[in-house]
Design a protein around this ligand. Structure first.
Ligand code: URA
Length: 408
């Protein structure tokens, strides 16, 4: 009985492979209702899963769809995934850098989840940009220009797609076993040989403590071992937003600035260098310092920016159509001092209130709205100076400046 499986997990007992397989596949077939799956997900969230259960769930996710194979087309295919953050536009920057270093990149990305943005939404703010490529189109493009960013193809881990949407609206996103199986199943089914995971920790991330981030890292590496995939994890801060911008078009424009060698004084730039170097190092089997040298060269010689332009053109995007709203309001400093902190979560909430993210699955995103920081942590400010510009269309409630900026 279905309810027996829910009760077993509610009592904190271990589910067998066949119970997990049966329950999740029945959901995908429509024989288990959303409310029953939600109950099981909540029981998992509260009671956790053993490693064996997580391995079983990952396998069930992978087996729910196709498994791509790039052997013969890409050797040592390396993929990267972030657990999601505020202002996280790293993929837009590092995919062209890594490709410009001669490492082919096929990046399958997702949409926003909770207050965290998604790469696919960001790319769609470039008018005309196609994010729904078929397997054949992906293979042709990676052979032609060495870089592709697309949404997950239709039949790749369809089980994860269904569960992910339900988790988003049932308060079951922040579960280590569910995050591990969701991300690892997608990376394995996507054909990666080597996997780099950027685990975000902080108030603007799915995980709030370093202890949880370390546990997620361990679990993902264990899953990798089963499938003979090398998994490297980086744990990075998400108490502060990444870079200057939050919001879809604004983030694309910031990524372009970095690729052009501007705005390189932010935490975003440092993280991009670190992630791109790790990807090149993993793929080429060289040490990270040697990989970083290649990364700087690709950036400084303009090859990474040219690769980005090639990518946009190939996927039919028109950068002239990546625009921001003309309606702006300013957040100003209430006093003289130095910025001690900028609250990522509060900025994430504001961006969703502006329309840059979704409140429910069906919501349409407003690509032109968001927030651009004028000052970063450590900067000196004067009373009345602009701390951030808010780009908006519809009316919104401006949060108190103190909830976002701590000025000491
Ligand atoms: N990203 C994913 O792909 N899945 C999760 O569960 C969380 C972040």
């Amino acid at each position: 009985m279905i309810v027996d499986i829910i009760n077993k997990k509610r009592l904190g007992k271990e589910l067998s492979y066949s119970e997990i397989d049966k329950f999740f596949n029945a959901y995908l077939d429509g024989d288990i209702k959303d409310y029953q799956m939600s109950a099981l997900l909540m029981a998992i969230c509260i009671n956790g899963m053993t490693d064996e259960e997580v391995f079983a769930l990952t396998k069930v996710f992978i087996d729910s769809g196709d498994v791509l194979d790039f052997s013969g087309i890409i050797d040592n295919m390396v993929d990267k995934h972030s657990t999601g953050g505020i202002g996280d536009k790293t993929t837009l920057v590092i995919a062209p850098i890594v490709a410009a270093c001669g490492v082919p990149v096929v990046k399958m990305s997702g949409r926003g989840l909770g207050y965290t943005g998604g790469t696919i939404d960001k790319l769609e703010s470039i008018g005309g940009f196609k994010t729904n490529l078929t397997d054949e189109q992906i293979i042709k493009q990676v052979k032609d220009i060495g870089v592709v960013i697309t949404s997950q193809t239709a039949n790749l881990t369809p089980m994860d797609k269904a569960i992910y949407a339900l988790r988003d609206v049932t308060g079951t996103v922040s579960s280590i076993p569910l995050i591990a199986s969701s991300i690892m199943s997608k990376k394995i089914a996507g054909g990666a040989d080597k996997i780099l995971i950027d685990i975000k920790v902080g108030n603007g991330a799915l995980l709030n403590t370093k202890k949880d981030a370390k546990e997620l890292s361990r679990l993902m590496r264990e899953i990798g071992k089963i499938y003979q995939k090398e998994v490297v994890t980086i744990i990075s801060d998400m108490n502060t937003p990444l870079g200057y911008s939050i919001g879809n078009s604004l983030e694309v424009l910031e990524a372009i600035d970095i690729l052009k060698g501007k705005e390189i004084d932010s935490n975003l730039y440092d993280l991009c260098i670190s992630l791109a170097s790790s990807m090149v190092s993993l793929s080429k089997g060289i040490d990270k310092a040697a990989a970083a040298k290649e990364v700087f060269e690709a950036l400084n010689k303009g090859r990474a920016y040219q690769k980005f332009l090639e990518l946009v053109k190939y996927q039919k995007g028109d950068l002239k159509k990546c625009t921001v709203s003309e309606k702006v309001k300013y957040i100003k400093s209430p006093k003289d001092g130095f910025i001690d902190s900028i609250n990522a979560l509060e900025l994430g909430k504001l961006s969703v209130a502006l329309g840059a993210g979704r409140v429910s699955k069906e919501d349409k995103i407003d690509f032109e709205v968001g927030i651009k920081l004028k000052k970063l942590v450590g900067d000196e400010v004067k009373k009345g100076e602009v701390l951030a510009t808010v780009y908006y269309h519809k009316d919104f409630e401006m949060p108190k400046v103190e909830t976002i900026f701590e000025i000491g």
